[in-house]
Design a protein around this ligand. Sequence first.
Ligand code: PDD
Length: 297
Amino acid sequence: MLRIAYVNGRYLPHADAAVHVEDRGYQLGDGVYEVCEVSGGRLVDERRHMARLDRSLRELRIRWPMAPVALGVVVREVVRRNRVVDGLVYLQVTRGVAPRDHAFPAAAVSPALVVTARSIPIASRDARAAKGVAVITLPDNRWARVDIKTIALLPNVLAKQTAHEAGAFEAWFVDGEGFVTEGASTNAWIVTTDGRLVTRPADTGILRGVTRTVLLEVATGEGLRLEERPFSVAEALGAREAFLTSATTAVTPIVRIDGKNVGDGRPGPLAIRLRPALRAAAEIAPAWSSPPSQPNI
Ligand code: PDD
């Protein structure tokens, strides 16, 4: 099937979809992005992803490339044209095209928008979660504004590659005090031996994951004992369970950290139970061709 990408106002075959050589995203990493899950042809937690996009854009003083409602239409159209039933949609906004200069270009420069979508079989994701994944730990060498979802992801790229070369699925970043911040592309959680669910607060050091936010709501609704506080690698190794969350992995159990078993080395029961509970709590937006009637933010 022919894949289609949206690039600055046009729906193009992937092979012909390209950005300008002086796109500031390409040259300077000067842009932001979102990844939204598609389930049954519908967008999962679109409202929250758009709200986070709005925050990222504001923090970097990049204008919306179009009205939020119009972006909702484009995103749906890309999902529809690619016949994505289960998978993800990726959208990226950069500060636009201008002669290379570190400082911002003139205000008249329009932000550039790219939207792509692709299918990811549910079965492969579920099989991975059923088995559990391994993580390694690495020093967190990222900048101080990881709360902004920028496309400048080189430390994350290198960490993920190191993890893969070590036979692990994810790398957990560890701050200067020995506390886990988050994964290269996921948030980090543990369940203590006495059943408390622990994840780092989203004020410093991590991206406020949409999946994390929804899961916190689920946990609160279920009356689970919840602690938003940093945890160390040693505490995670001694924990009953560990897991990671993101739009593309949902809740995925972690069974090994740096080659050592977590708990009994099998996916933990709470993580297994929270995976479908998360889906039940997610906001599923109208299907393919029905854009939202209200702005998303
Ligand atoms: N990653 N932390 C980081 C550094 C991330 O890049 C992501 C998302 C998350 C989880 O956020 P959410 O629950 O909103 O997906 C946490 C996306 C999936 C990616 O870069 O592909």
